[in-house]
Ligand binder design. Sequence first.
Ligand code: NOJ
Length: 545
Amino acid sequence: MTTDPPWWRTAVIYQIYPRSFADASGDGVGDLAGVRGRLGHLRDLGVDAIWFTPWYLSPMADGGYDVADYRAIDPAFGTLADAEALIADAAALGIRTIVDVVPNHVSSEHAWFQAALAAGPGSPERERFWFRDGDAAPTNWRSSFAGGTWTQVADGQWYLHLFAPEQPDLNWNHPDVRREHEDVLRFWFDRGVAGIRVDSASMPVKDPALPEVPETHADGEHPFIDRDELHDIYRAWRAVADSYAEPRVLVGEVWLDDQKRFARYLRPDEMHSAFNFDFMGRPWDAKELRDSIASTLDAHAPVGAPATWVLSNHDVTRPVTRYGRAETSFSFLAKRFGEPTDLGLGERRARAAALLTAALPGALYLYQGDELGLPEVEDLPLDVLQDPMHFRSGGVDPGRDGCRVPLPWTRDGRSYGFGPEDGAPTWLPQPAGWGSRSVEAQQDDPDSMLALYRAALGVRRAEEGLRGESFEWVDLGPDAIAFRRGDVVCVVNFGPEPLPLPAHREVLLASAPLEGMAVNGPLTSTPPTSTPLHLPADAAAWFRA
Ligand code: NOJ
């Protein structure tokens, strides 16, 4: 028996968006063989697990979040055998695999929806979805992808889709829907998958009366967000996860402003953890981020769940771009696309944010390419865009393609090593100069973002204080965030002036050169000096108190 916390409480989980990670087949689209060929990068980075955004059979109306068959891999990505081999290869490197499960909806090409269309109004097949009669759409609900949420089919009935029309919503009051998803979980758990990420986890249950969204409503009374009945679903899933000798893990994508309601998903018999979007959306500001850390820790404590720390994902603006703007918060309503950004400043802050998040207690999520400091690509030609969020907004919303551009692996080459030299053009074009941010260009440069991430994850793993769950604020004034974990202290300077580092035995790591110390790049185990060290603006350091 071990007293160590279970792996998922402190894990570093790397998010792979398979279309954009690495392309082995040469068709311009990333694939599972490409991931298998690049697992060494993840081993060297030092991650504990990979979360794959959907790799299932899909017409890709929403980048794979429109699943046609949960038990098949999309041919663009490979085969089920490739997935099994990838899970095994990763496991051999000590890296666990998490897959994405999408309970709210399926693809309109899923067998169930096709059967529902064929069977017609009043059929049992239509009961698995939300079909309604009417001369007009049954409600005025707004889609997360802009526009309405109902589409009319040829026989006159309407069906509900909270996202795109190609993503019909499932009816979670139907026993088939519940049974099928539990079976899908077992299908992947039986293949060695360590856990699932639950897509749009606060949306699957609807009020069957289909009322309009009221201006104000009591907790649990929104017609389709955060309904109380959801918790039974996740309790049932937890029972499936717990039935394995190594219990599997549930990670929720839960977008809720109310931290108390959020924490209800993390009760001991529900999900293990959920993404911390409150922290992710906050601006680069000491008070804002300190408040978010404090309220996050407060909300998680009563349910005993670990916090998670997330700087970005495949839906949001890359941190380097966001943190370089005048306004640094993120929300879907204010993406500030195209507003001027100072990428040098953004990178500096993203480096500090990397050390901040990697030092906080709980699990850390890292979206592919953030370890390379990739910026958001904001000048993709309009005719290459693919995201339904863009199209459904009538072009008002820039969409999410800019954070999904294929990764650069090498300095040169037609696709900077993303695919073979004679391969097809990448599915989204890479910007000129992308190779200067490649793994090859960064791996031997001690000042690179990649070197910083590798060093940070190494220290995080090695230091007992950072592995545990202890946490204590240190007061270094209003412009700093500082806290202590065991004998390790993390300090971030948000103010304009250099901040004197308190007494310390050694500096473990810094996101920028400390003033008073003539060493560049990530520092490890630097001996004490007689000169007082100062942490410059927009930088972070870890030191041993
Ligand atoms: C959340 C996913 O992260 C996003 O990419 C997707 O479009 C929606 N859920 C709908 O599945």
